[in-house]
Every structure is written in C-alpha cells, then in structure tokens.
Design a protein. Structure first.
Length: 545
C-alpha cells in the first residue's frame, strides 16, 4: 500500500544545554491511506514534535537539521507558509489533546467551524450553517444547533472533543492527526470518542496518525504501531505483533508497566477499625439567575455513606460530575457538607474552630493530581515540604530533618531539597508531593488522581512507592481515580459513584468479577483494551528511568 505521508531521516535539533542534542534523530515513518497508525512513547519521546513538524508548527528554538517529510511528492519542510496554511485543515486535519485551550473561548463553536469553511471553501452563508449542523450531528452531539451556539466553556469535555473532531473533519482531510485526544476524558466518553474516530476513519477512508501513551487505546484501534524513545524510533510493526510479541526492550518495558484489568493480590490484614467513617453526607450547589432566583440545583453528594478500614485503600471511581472531588474536599475539610457526619478513627471531625481544623489537617493530607501545578514554582521544594510542619509548631531544624528523611524514603536525594519544582521530572514531582503530605505524619491520605498525569512506567513506579509507604507507615488511603486499571492494582475496596450517589461498593474482586450495578458494568466495558491482557510480560521489566 502506498504511503500517504512519508517521513524520511528526520532530525530535529534541540537548543544547546538540553538533556540531549536531538529532539528527533533520523526518524523514518510512514502513514498509509486508510490505516490508523498509533505512535506511542513516554513524555519527551518526540511523538507530538513529529506531528508538529508535519504541520510546520515547530516551537521557537527547535530547528530541522535534516530529512524530508513527503506529502504526495512534495517536501513539506520546504513548503512556503502560505502553502502550509492551505494544507492545514483541508488536506491534513488536527485533533488537539486539550480542546479547551485549542478552541477560542471568545467565539461560539459554530463560528469557529464556520471560519474554517469560509477560509477554505466557496460555500454560501446558508450552506455553511447547514454544514456546521451536519458536522456536529456526524460526531453524535445530541443537540447540534444548541452546541453551535455554545461557547467552549458551556460544553462538557466530551462535547468539546467531539466539536474539535467535527472541526478537524470539516474539509474532509485525507490525513487526520490526533494528539492524545482522549487523555483527559472519562472512560465512557473516551470509549465513545475512540469508536467515533474509528468509525469515521473506516467510513471515509481517512488515514489517522494517532499519538498516545495508552496501550489499551492501541489495542482497540491501531492497524500498525510505532514506538518512540527519546527522539528515536525503536520499533514499528502490525499492532497485534507489537502488543503480543514486542521486540525492543523499551517496548517490552512499556507494555509490562500497563496495569492489568484484574485485582492484584494483596496480603494486608483485615481491620475492623474504621480509619474514616462517612455517614449521610450531602452537598448541594445552587445556581442563581440574574433575578437572584435559584435556577438549577446540583446534588454533588446525595446521602453518601462509606467506611475506610484502617490500613487499607478505598477506591472512589466514576465519571466527571459523579461527586468524587466534592467528596474529597469534604473529607479534607475544604468544604462543609450540608448534612452528614465525618469521623476519623471514631472521633467526629470539627471544622468550625481553628483547633479542630488544625487537628484535622494533622490527620488527613492530600496528594494532588497535578504534581507541577500543586507545587509553588517560586519556592524551593524543601520550603514546600517543611511549610506544613512549621506552621503547626515544629521547629525549623526538626522540620528540615524530617524532610531529609522523607526524601530518602520516597527515593530522592536529600540535597534535592534545595532545588525548585521545574528542575524535576513529573514522577519526581509526584514523589515530592508525597513527601509534603507525609511531612504532617497523617493517618489518612486522600489521593486525587495521583498518577493520571504520568507516563505508564513512571505511574508504575509511583504506585509501587505508594504501596510500600502504606505498608511501612500504616496509612489508610482514599484513592480517587477514573482509571479502572489503576484501581484494580491499588484498591482493596471500591465505591462506584454516579450523580452524587454511591451505586455500588465492595471488595475489588467483587466489583471487577461480579459487578451488580449496570453503571459499574458500563464503566468496565468501556476500558480501552479490556480484551487485551498485558500480563504476559514480566512486571520487573518496568523502566527505571
């Protein structure tokens, strides 16, 4: 089959002073008509930069040192800016990872799709309006006319991503580049978007260059796979071959790091003591109109009751808007519930006094989802880690002594306390976040999507570290996640939330093997690559870099 896009010997230099000389080194890659090629690899492997080079969108300071990008016999590296502008959208469409930042917040969805049609076609105003509605309908948006009038912030994450796909398909390009288009989506929305892209590709015969770090996604949609490591293409081949018989050690390591969709065997002693008891917790948000009258009421939590046994991990799973984060904020004392009670080791939590809040903060701490956004970039990490203990009465010397011990515990050099957050990798920053939480010597950790922003190999390392710390320090963990593969590996019990209610709760093995609620079964059915088992490779192959 002839290649629609052929990348030949592509080398892109990095500015001096980086961790390596080349962002891409002699990359050879082709995308064939009518196929889905998945490009996988960790952050910094060069996946997104390869796509940017195809579209002529390389960042400042990054230059092509050699090679060729062939599109129908034309070298795009020598194409004029005007030619590249005509190419983008019309011949090569792009779906960006984060539609909220890619879409203009000041214009409606319909205006943004219409602008593309006005720039590249001779359609009249009425035809453009009809085309906009047809495109939004084709990506299964329930109310196309309403979505066309909406601004990006008025749509859900899944709707924004569907609108982005509609925009990318507006001019019927022959090649569609999708850069991590499902990373930030719920598992059910993710499954819908993947099916949509796959169906559109099959129906239209569009070639797809799909960039991802999720091997479950690869198992679901890929025809061929290309694996990249630090700017080098290390392996290519048919999807089934790469998934089941990977040749390169790096590919084998990545696949070994993928959590299997089955509960891990844990040997934690059963505890009848409850570290955390939540009884009848309710929280309502009201939205008022211009007249001051309440227009809409959202029951973020609706009579939620849960127990977290001491020394164990309770997973909270569900889609966006299910109430997971509101529950976490209530447990942390960042929100006051409208009704209900929270007890920590049998003692009611009191947040209406300063003493009660201080006592609660010393017992319950948070590990955040975004390890970079949760660390103050202007402060040394040592100051960040010691801030809590010092505020709670510890001496400066004692807090820093404890910080050095914690850095050793989480696998970081004590002298790293003098550095700033930007000087660390994502996995290292999450280790710092763990050290900060543990500095208060809490008995309970609330972990809110603590590995969702990490590469699969780093994710495996952080999860292993968290399990070791739990056993070593006898921690009780409330683990919030939308990734059911991760939940299977770390959670002793799982509570499934939908629309502010707990619809099912049970041991991990019960939830994964004998789910009783239809919503739980729908979540499990939507997991990417659920029929593919990565467990054939040994887990000790996990990358240690």
């Amino acid at each position: 089959m002839n290649a629609l896009l052929s990348i030949q010997n592509l080398t892109i230099d990095l500015p001096t002073g980086g961790d390596r000389a080349h962002a891409l080194a002699r990359v050879e890659l082709e995308v064939r008509a009518g196929e889905i090629l998945c490009v996988v690899g960790e952050s910094g492997s060069g996946k997104s930069l390869t796509a940017a080079a195809v579209l002529g969108l390389l960042p400042d300071g990054v230059e092509v040192a050699g090679g060729r990008i062939d599109w129908d016999g034309e070298d795009l590296l020598t194409a004029s800016p005007e030619r590249l502008r005509r190419l983008r959208g019309k011949e090569i469409g792009m779906i960006f990872q984060e539609p909220m930042t890619a879409l203009n917040p000041l214009h409606t969805i319909g205006d943004q799709i219409g602008e593309l049609l006005r720039a590249h076609t001779r359609l009249g105003r009425r035809d453009i309006q009809e085309k906009i509605l047809a495109l939004l309908a084709s990506v299964h948006i329930a109310s196309p006319a309403q979505a066309a009038r909406a601004y990006p912030h008025q749509l859900s994450g899944g709707q924004r991503q569907r609108a982005m796909i509609a925009m990318a398909l507006a001019l019927e390009p022959r090649l569609l580049i999708a850069d991590e288009p499902t990373t930030a989506l719920d598992v059910t929305t993710q499954a819908q978007i993947l099916k949509l892209i796959h169906d559109l590709q099959r129906r239209r015969g569009t070639a797809v260059l799909f960039i991802t770090h999720d091997f479950g996604v690869v198992a679901d949609i890929a025809d061929r796979v290309a694996v990249m490591q630090k700017g080098v293409l290390v392996e290519t081949g048919p999807a089934q071959q790469v998934l089941d018989q990977p040749r390169h050690p790096y590919t084998r390591a990545l696949i070994a790091a993928v959590p299997p969709l089955r509960p891990a065997l844990r040997n934690r002693p059963d505890s009848r003591a409850a570290a955390l008891t939540i009884t009848g917790l309710s929280k309502t948000y009201g939205k008022r109109g211009w007249s001051g009258r309440e227009q809409r009421v959202t029951h973020a939590l609706d009579n939620v009751s849960l127990d977290l046994p001491a020394g164990s991990t309770l997973g909270i799973v569900g889609e966006s808007g299910s109430g997971k984060s509101t529950l976490a904020r209530n447990v942390l004392g960042l929100l006051l519930p409208d009704a209900g009670e929270i007890r920590v080791f049998g003692t009611p939590v009191e947040l209406d006094t300063a003493a009660g809040r201080r006592r609660h903060a010393s017992q319950v701490q948070m590990v955040f989802q975004d390890p970079y956004g949760s660390l103050n970039p202007r402060r040394r990490v040592g100051d960040i880690v010691t801030q809590g203990p010092i505020a709670h009465g510890s001496t400066h010397a004692a807090a820093w002594k404890k910080a050095r011990e914690l850095f050793d515990l989480v696998g970081l050099a004590p002298d790293a306390l003098e550095r700033y957050p930007h000087e660390f990798s994502g996995g290292q920053r999450q280790r710092i976040g763990l050290a900060r939480a543990l500095a208060m010597e809490p008995r309970i950790l609330v972990a809110d999507e603590p590995v969702s922003a990490l590469d699969v190999s780093v994710q495996a390392q952080v999860l292993a570290l968290l399990a070791r710390l739990q056993d070593q320090l006898q921690l009780s963990i409330l683990f919030i996640t939308h990734d059911l593969r991760v939940a299977a590996q770390v959670c002793d019990r799982i509570a499934v939330m939908k629309a502010g209610q707990v619809v099912e709760v049970g041991d991990s093995s019960e939830i994964f093997d004998h789910a009783s609620h239809s919503y739980t079964r729908a979540l499990l059915a939507a997991v990417p690559g659920r029929h593919w088992t990565p467990g054939a490779l040994e887990q000790e192959l996990v990358v240690n870099s």
